[in-house]
Design a protein. Structure first.
Length: 519
């Protein structure tokens, strides 16, 4: 969002507050828009006063605990807010406790240049095009549709359709217990995830956009990603479409590349007015994620990083990850530290891998500075579910993985080959009695002594080609370290009492003067 030309939609924000009869409103700004926060708050407070609602409290939220793309419900709770207005880039993840209004902003775009690139792609690939976009360009989608409609004859000659994804909602209410949300959808007439598509092959001579509403009961597949939702007819696959992304190379685009890694993707840069077809870095991301999955299979101690406290369903996913790790015979530790960085994670060297439970657009946390890999819940499900193979499909939203059924691990207790250790690895499972003993000892504070005895046991029953895991918990890892901290030597006698030191100057201390005078 360019603050100099940005429309903060004060009137729509005002109507949202009045319709909801909210009395304490939190305005959430990302760092790059924080400079405009006082102006927006002042104008909004003035308009509220003119409508007889001068008692409404306006609070500005900054420096969010986690990613700025999510609604900061924790920060809003500190001021006891009853709604949040979110400005700037967003992932449109459902909220847990508070209703929210999303102001996407309006980034500039040359509609004619974009449509020209669309038809150039259509003429080159000769396949249907699915147009996806950053939400900052959502305001211009209708203009792009109208420009495409003016060249409808070209589409008829090619017998190929151009389809547009729709954005999910701009007004969101907290997730219900049954997993649904109440959303107010601007382009559509229903709150269901219907999709506004354009397929000019089947349209009449005069475009009528109301006819392009797709009935939600139509057979087919509905796809959602990053706040966008679109429909694929029955019998068609995403690989049948050319994905045309309008926007910058950001986290939202990375999610598209990873999720639909088998599809042909191009990106239109609205700022540079150019089309980028060489997206080889996307395949590198997918290969890197596959590498991390293989790395996670060798992990024995797993840290679960809490990357959100507001996205609906995050608690359920944390418990599901714990059950998965336990069923795979590994040890899990839950870590809450705000925004993870290499310095924070370096304080937990016992963790072989970290699982980052967060929204989709902050999930791909990867850097060479991290001492241990950071993976997503979907990657953890593949790594820790024995016998499962990754065939290229990917899920960014952890809500797509939520299941009420217990985790089932196949081929449990069998050795597998580790590409990193160059041998077979036996993933031992915690026996039920050992788990009970461990939990009991943790309550008594004696788990370290118990695990130390286990770490000192030598087991040479296995052949050399069977790699045996060493530390199975943080306590075992601590026991195997050469340095455990300061040694108090409590069994030794008390230290000597203090003695009087030397007095005087270095050129001649008092005791030296006395010895010289005596001689």
């Amino acid at each position: 969002m360019d603050s100099s030309s940005n429309d903060y939609e004060i009137s729509r924000t005002l109507q949202f507050i009045l319709d909801g009869n909210y009395s304490r409103v939190a305005l959430q700004f990302p760092d790059e828009l924080l400079k405009d926060s006082t102006r927006v708050a002042s104008v909004l407070r003035r308009d509220l006063f003119s409508h007889g609602r001068g008692n409404v409290g306006i609070y500005v939220l900054a420096d969010t605990t986690y990613g700025s793309c999510c609604v900061d419900e924790v920060g809003a709770s500190h001021v006891d807010a009853d709604c949040v207005v979110h400005y700037g880039h967003t992932c449109l993840s459902p909220t847990s406790t508070l209703p929210a209004l999303f102001i996407f902003g309006k980034s500039s775009i040359d509609v004619k240049a974009c449509v020209d690139q669309l038809f150039d792609c259509l003429d080159t690939v000769r396949k249907p095009i699915m147009v996806l976009y950053g939400l900052e360009y959502a305001y211009a989608v209708q203009s792009i549709k109208e420009a495409v409609a003016e060249r409808e004859s070209c589409l008829r000659d090619m017998n190929i359709g151009i389809h547009f994804a729709d954005f999910r909602s701009t007004i969101m209410k907290p997730l219900k217990s049954n997993g649904s949300t109440d959303t107010q959808h601007d382009p559509c007439d229903t709150p269901s995830p219907c999709v506004d598509l354009l397929n000019f092959v089947d349209s009449g001579s005069t475009p009528n956009y109301s006819n392009y509403k797709i009935n939600c009961s139509t057979s087919g597949t509905t796809h959602t990603l990053g706040g966008l939702v679109w429909y694929v007819p029955e019998g068609a696959k995403m690989e049948d479409y050319l994905l045309f992304w309008i926007g910058s190379d950001n986290a939202a685009f990375a999610n598209v590349v990873v999720t639909y890694n088998n599809s042909e993707i191009v990106r239109y840069d609205a700022k540079e007015k150019c089309l980028l077809k060489d997206l080889s870095h996307g395949s590198k991301i997918v290969k890197r994620r596959y590498y991390l999955v293989e790395k996670a299979k060798d992990a024995n101690i797993v840290g679960i990083l809490v990357g959100t406290l507001g996205v609906a369903g995050y608690l359920h996913m944390i418990h599901q990850m714990k059950d998965l790790i336990r069923a795979a015979g590994k040890k899990a530790y839950l870590l809450v530290m705000g925004r993870p960085n290499p310095a924070k994670l370096a304080n937990f060297p016992e963790c072989d891998i970290f699982i980052y439970v967060s929204c989709a657009q902050t999930a791909l946390l990867d850097s060479k500075e991290f001492m241990a890999p950071v993976i997503t819940p979907y990657e953890a499900t593949i790594a820790f579910s024995g016998g499962s193979l990754w065939m290229g499909a990917y899920k960014m939203e952890f809500r797509d993985l939520i299941s009420s059924a217990p985790q089932q691990i196949v081929d449990k207790g069998e050795a597998r080959y580790s590409f990193f250790k160059g041998g077979y690895v036996e993933d031992l499972e915690f026996a039920a009695e050992e788990v009970a003993i461990e939990e009991e000892e943790e309550e008594r504070g004696l788990v370290l002594a118990e695990m130390t005895k286990k770490a000192l046991k030598v087991d040479d029953k296995h052949p050399p080609d069977l790699v045996k895991r060493e530390a199975k918990s943080g306590a075992e890892f601590f026991a195997s370290r050469s340095y455990h901290g300061l040694d108090m030597h409590s069994e030794q006698p008390l230290p000597l009492s203090y003695v009087t030191g030397r007095t005087g100057r270095a050129v001649g201390y008092e005791d030296e003067k006395k010895s010289m005078s005596s001689t």
